[in-house]
Write a protein of this length. Structure first.
Length: 261
């Protein structure tokens, strides 16, 4: 008979080397379910016991559940964090590279990856990861130098997608694009100046890398020049652009719809 782990008393101070914090029900749940994720601590400040499935997942991973008050969680993750009474201290996931994405796509007729150029807001990166996971993308690729780390803020915005889809950091985005092109990926740059609308660009399948730039400056010149095609969303011309995470969700939906046609 399997026994639920009992919550322990309030723990002491957290060692600085113990890892980063994820908080909120969805991020913590998916972290617990991810076999690749190492969790060092689990804090629970709810009124009742932790949900059966989460307690079982913690038991299976040999993670002690520490019963704490809300102020203790806030001291770890921030006073304004929407932690929903739960937080987990985790180790970073294993690093992945462009070669890993290429291996994942090997043998697939249709595949999508997202490349973000200079998108620095963790809320936007997290929201894009959530959409990418929802629409079946293989990975989100960012430049290592100018992209936010995977913090609790990013993971909360991703609603747990950081444990569903890899975030790959590339030293050079144009080189990453060339590697993908060599493996039969089309590089589509989403830009308001695109000559064709995404829903009318003639792409109805295959492997696609969707490249998106920052809201202010868009894609850098070299990144745009390495795209096979620049496309735009068919939005009202009275509106210059959409938030990058909203634009990503629409574009991924359109690519997913075409892939399914």
């Amino acid at each position: 008979m399997r026994h639920r782990p009992k919550p322990h008393a309030r723990p002491g101070a957290t060692p600085a080397h113990a890892g980063q914090w994820l908080y909120g029900l969805h991020p913590v749940t998916l972290a617990l379910r991810n076999p690749k994720r190492q969790i060092t601590r689990l804090l629970w400040a709810g009124d009742g016991e932790l949900a059966e499935d989460l307690a079982t997942a913690a038991f299976d991973k040999k993670i002690r559940i520490d019963r704490v008050d809300k102020k203790h969680i806030e001291s770890e993750v921030g006073a304004h964090a929407l932690h929903q009474n739960i937080a987990a201290q985790v180790r970073p996931l294993p690093d992945m590279a462009i070669e890993d994405v290429i291996a994942m796509a090997d043998g697939m007729e249709r595949a999508t990856v997202v490349i973000l150029d200079q998108v620095t807001d963790p809320h936007n990166v997290g929201a894009i990861m959530r959409s990418a996971a929802a629409f079946g993308a293989l990975a989100v690729i960012v430049q290592d130098k100018n992209s936010p780390p995977v913090t609790g803020t990013l993971a909360k915005a991703a609603s747990g997608a950081v444990d569903l889809i890899p975030l790959i950091r590339a030293t050079n985005l144009t080189r990453a694009m060339e590697q993908l092109k060599a493996e039969n990926f089309w590089c589509l740059g989403l830009d308001a100046s695109g000559a064709k609308a995404l829903d009318n660009c003639g792409l109805t399948g295959g492997k696609v890398a969707l490249i998106m730039g920052s809201e202010g400056d868009g894609m850098r010149r070299l990144v745009a020049e390495h795209c096979d095609l620049l496309v735009r969303l068919p939005i009202n011309r009275m509106i210059d652009s959409l938030n990058v995470s909203n634009a990503a969700a629409i574009a991924l939906y359109e690519l997913n719809r075409n892939h399914g046609s």
